[in-house]
Ligand binder design. Structure first.
Ligand code: FMN
Length: 157
């Protein structure tokens, strides 16, 4: 049985990201695990949230072809720079959700590279949303979050 929180960290600006965050929270709820849920905007999230996590979903926008500055700031603050082998929750199962105006893949590239360095485990393929948010995107975010939560709770991830 897994212990720890189901963590979602989200870029705090556009309404579309808030809708995706809410979809993730709905997915966590769908999974009906006993794991506590922790929702943090990127500026409010930090090492303690990560240390307490059993799994994480990161929801970012793509800005200037890259991960949003605020999500990058979060990743910089949790990254243990001075350890030869970074050791901040190695193996933590995660999913990234990227919202772009027309693309979104650049943010996924950045997050994946950084989290590979942290040795987190990509539990499910990233969800990339290019253009206006559609109902299918919200449903896909909810589904990914539920699958992540069930998978971590049952030891699949
Ligand atoms: C400064 C800035 C840079 C951006 N750069 C990109 C970009 O490189 N690629 C992209 O797909 N969208 C880009 N966008 C669009 C955002 O990703 C978009 O505003 C966000 O996904 C929210 O989308 P929405 O307006 O549909 O809610 C940028 C937005 C801002 C504010």
């Amino acid at each position: 049985m897994a212990t720890g929180d189901l963590l979602v960290v989200w870029h705090p600006v556009p309404a579309s990201v808030a809708a995706l965050r809410d979809a993730v929270l709905a997915g966590f709820s769908d999974a009906a695990t006993s794991l506590p849920v922790r929702s943090r905007s990127a500026p409010d999230a930090g090492p303690d949230d990560v240390e307490a996590a059993a799994a994480a979903v990161l929801v970012t926008t793509e800005n200037f072809g890259a991960v949003s500055g605020l999500v990058k700031d979060f990743l910089e603050r949790i990254y243990p720079w001075f350890e030869e082998v970074p050791d901040r929750r190695p193996g933590l199962p995660y999913v990234v959700i990227s919202k772009g105006g027309s693309d979104g893949t650049g943010a996924v590239r950045d997050v994946t590279r950084i989290l590979t360095g942290l040795r987190w485990k990509e539990a499910l393929p990233p969800l990339v949303i290019a253009g206006p948010l559609a109902d299918d995107d919200v449903a896909a975010a909810r589904d990914r979050a539920a699958t992540l939560a069930i998978g971590v709770d049952t030891g699949v991830f």
